[in-house]
Ligand binder design. Structure first.
Ligand SMILES: [Zn+2]
Length: 395
């Protein structure tokens, strides 16, 4: 007994030391995670409803739609976490269909997630449950294409009103018919991760559903333990551009920007719109920028998001955050059949997290595409120009 207790205590402490900042105890089990990009949707206007500022020339933005296959080996259960958009959005309720008929957005050719799964040999009857992070059209897919044996998991506060009964509802009865619906109720949960209420889905600390309202009531984030020392955070619409994520200083410390991108960013990030203590006009200094580069939109018609607590994971080397529409990851992330479990060993995060600052990446929105007249002056007036371009570049 004297030998057993210290080893148990040590195992517990190791877990607590690693993950104490997020309230996650020692790890016991893992899940496998693989990802599909179901569709790419271009938001043709209204980008200001997602991010601020929107620089001239960047009024449209591309949103990929990531859908995740979660596999829990010990129970032989498979989940889908979000489905992307269904194959015929024109047949959805007006609240959805109008997104495209109004010219708000357009879609590149794509295939429904059920087609993608079956093409890869995944039988739909093997999917135990679908989790909707929330009930927007770019996440709910078409549940009528899944067999009745597939359950639906939804946040308790999600509005499940359906069209015709409710003319503005985004859902329809076919989204539910035949499926058991399990609603996640966080009210009596004492478990928290990063200060957010959570449910231990498989009861073995391998996969958590986390309460993250903000973008929409009932919005869920998932936290998947993919190795004994690493996690994937499926942050969904908690933020819409990687540079809305905090905390910036800790992130830079743990994930320094690659030198070539750091040098490029001096000239590619417009100092007409972005500034930092070490910047000079025409020479942006990234390391001294303490604030996030882009803000969550606070306009009345915004798709409000709440990045703070989920974004905290982003600075930690053991957590890889993937939000629902992170275009900067589109050409970097490893898609099905590759497992995301090895992201840490393969240094995927290091390769991915600064891609947004590469001027050729579609996530790059930090300079004018067409030059506009600007009367902006740097903070501190002309004194802030004294360092000169040569100093800003290190001489
Ligand atoms: Zn979305």
């Amino acid at each position: 007994m004297a030998l057993v207790l210290p080893s148990l205590l040590l195992a517990s402490l190791v877990g607590n030391v690693f993950y104490r900042n997020f309230g996650i105890l020692a790890l016991k089990a893992t899940v496998d995670v693989r990802v599909f990009n179901v569709a790419n949707m271009t938001i043709l206007s209204e980008t200001h409803a997602f991010i601020l500022p929107v620089l001239p020339g960047h009024e449209s933005v591309i949103f990929p739609m990531y859908s995740f296959l979660i596999e829990h080996k010990s129970s032989q259960k498979r989940l889908m976490f979000d489905l992307g958009i269904q194959k015929d959005p024109e047949n959805t309720p007006p609240a959805f269909a109008s997104v495209f008929s109004s010219g708000f957005a357009q879609l590149e050719p794509y295939r429904d997630i059920t087609v993608l799964l079956q093409n890869e040999g995944i039988n739909l009857t093997s999917i135990d449950a679908v989790v909707w992070s929330h009930v927007h059209f770019d996440h709910v897919g078409d549940m009528s294409t899944f067999p009745n044996s597939t359950k639906l998991i939804i946040g308790l506060d999600t509005d499940l009103a359906t069209f015709l009964e409710s003319p503005t509802a985004p859902l329809q009865e076919s989204d539910f018919i035949g499926h058991d619906i399990n609603r996640v109720n966080f009210a009596n949960m004492t478990l928290t991760v990063s200060g957010l209420k959570a449910v231990d889905y498989f009861s073995d600390r391998s996969f958590y559903l986390v309460d993250t309202p903000g973008h929409l009531l009932g919005h869920l984030t998932a936290l998947a333990c993919v190795t004994p020392t690493s996690f994937v955070v499926l942050g969904r619409d908690t933020f819409h551009h990687t540079r809305q994520a905090r905390p910036w200083p800790q992130f830079q410390k743990n994930f320094p920007c690659p030198t070539h991108l750091l040098i490029d960013s001096k000239s590619t990030i417009s100092t007409d719109f972005f500034w930092s203590p070490g910047s000079c006009i025409g020479a942006f200094d990234l390391p001294s920028r303490a604030e996030v580069l882009l803000s969550v939109s606070d306009l009345p018609d915004s798709f409000y998001a709440d990045p703070v607590k989920v974004a905290l994971f982003n600075a930690d080397p053991d957590f890889f955050v993937i939000t629902a529409h992170n275009i900067s990851l589109r050409s970097v992330i490893l898609y099905f059949p590759v497992y995301l479990n090895s992201w840490k060993a393969s240094q995927l995060k290091e390769k991915a997290v600064w891609s947004f600052i590469d001027a050729v990446n579609p996530a790059f929105v930090f300079s004018l595409i067409e030059v506009a007249v600007s009367h902006w002056e740097p903070p501190g007036g002309s004194d802030s120009m004294q360092c000169g371009v040569a100093t800003a570049f290190g001489g």
